[in-house]
Design a protein around this ligand. Structure first.
Ligand code: AMP
Length: 307
């Protein structure tokens, strides 16, 4: 089924305790699209500047990512500089230059408006709302955001949340969003908005998946244990991309498929963080994903216990 992903395409300068890169390709839409494209064709909507090479677009097209919605404008591509200390769960933003994103308002073609699965990756909530307004009866819409937008446009983020099916957000952000420290209290509060599903990303500790019901259904999954983590940038977007790509492929939104999608998201995030930028996604083959999935299944397995 058709999957649309809107978000940022960026040049990132990143420093972690294990190395650094300057102006490497990144952005929320790009990480999510690369991850999703292992499962489903993707239509990516974003804007780039004149510094973005045509070769990159051609590469994305060769990877099942349609760039018809990738607008090129005079000026510079979005730029993000971030740094991590040994706590790889927390990115420190040192610089954000919106550049061509500043006044970007995407106009979707009639084909893209009819996409069934939509991921509004982290970007200005005004842009997310703009895209949502253009969609014609999507089946499933998921949303991500970040602390910057919660600092300066919290009300707008809440408006968008009230119109989507699922929110994929990290633990600190759900606290900031709801002004609640306890995660379960925060979940109760956020479900008052009409949201049906909530996924809380907990970095190296895994994810919590909640379905709105009485009582809430919860699925808790650890992350895949890794010895080498070079760069956590894009882990959340890779999770969301795998999650959405899998759902779009299954074309069924029910508890079983959602749980499988959470597993796939976790596996894709674990692959992405093994190297900087999109290097791992560029290098892996499908067999690498199957292998990781099988290892993960073995790690998670335990027999029924009679006590
Ligand atoms: P993640 O590590 O999953 O939170 O995503 C990191 C990616 O988000 C990087 O590639 C950045 O370019 C991108 N990013 C950082 N800040 C923003 C922002 N304010 N809006 C959109 N994308 C951003």
């Amino acid at each position: 089924m058709s999957l649309l992903i809107v978000g940022s395409v960026a040049y990132d300068s990143i420093k972690t305790p294990f190395g650094e890169v300057d102006r490497a390709l990144g952005g929320s839409a790009l990480y999510a699209s690369m991850s999703a494209s292992f499962y489903s064709p993707v239509n990516m909507v974003a804007v780039v500047g004149s510094d973005f090479s045509e070769k990159e677009s051609e590469y994305l097209n060769s990877r099942n990512i349609n760039t018809e919605g990738l607008i090129r404008k005079p000026g510079e591509t979005f730029f993000w500089r971030g740094e991590y200390s040994f706590n790889l769960n927390e990115a420190h933003t040192l610089e954000t230059k919106l550049n061509v994103f500043e006044d970007f308002r995407p106009k979707l073609s009639s084909k893209l408006k009819k996409s069934q699965y939509v991921f509004l990756a982290n970007i200005d909530p005004d842009i997310q709302m703009d895209v949502l307004d253009q969609m014609v009866e999507p089946k499933f819409v998921a949303l991500d955001s970040m602390n910057l937008w919660l600092d300066i446009k919290k009300e707008k983020v809440l408006d968008v949340i009230s119109r989507v099916d699922a929110l994929i957000i990290n633990e600190e952000e759900i606290r900031q969003l709801t002004d609640e420290y306890n995660v379960l209290t925060a979940v109760k509060k956020i479900f008052q908005t009409g949201l049906k599903y909530l996924i809380i990303k907990r970095g190296e500790y895994g994810v919590l998946f909640f379905e709105k019901s009485e009582p809430h259904k919860i699925f808790s999954l650890p992350s895949y244990p890794l010895e080498v983590v070079k760069d956590p940038t894009g882990a959340g977007d890779s999770f969301a991309g795998g999650f959405m790509g899998f759902l779009a492929k299954a074309d069924q939104v029910n508890e079983i498929q959602l749980r499988k999608a959470v597993v796939i998201g976790t596996v894709m995030a674990s692959i992405n963080v093994e190297d900087f930028s999109l290097n791992r996604f560029k290098a892996i083959q499908e067999e690498d994903i199957y292998k990781r999935l099988e290892d993960f299944r073995n790690i998670l397995h335990f027999e029924e216990i009679n006590v």
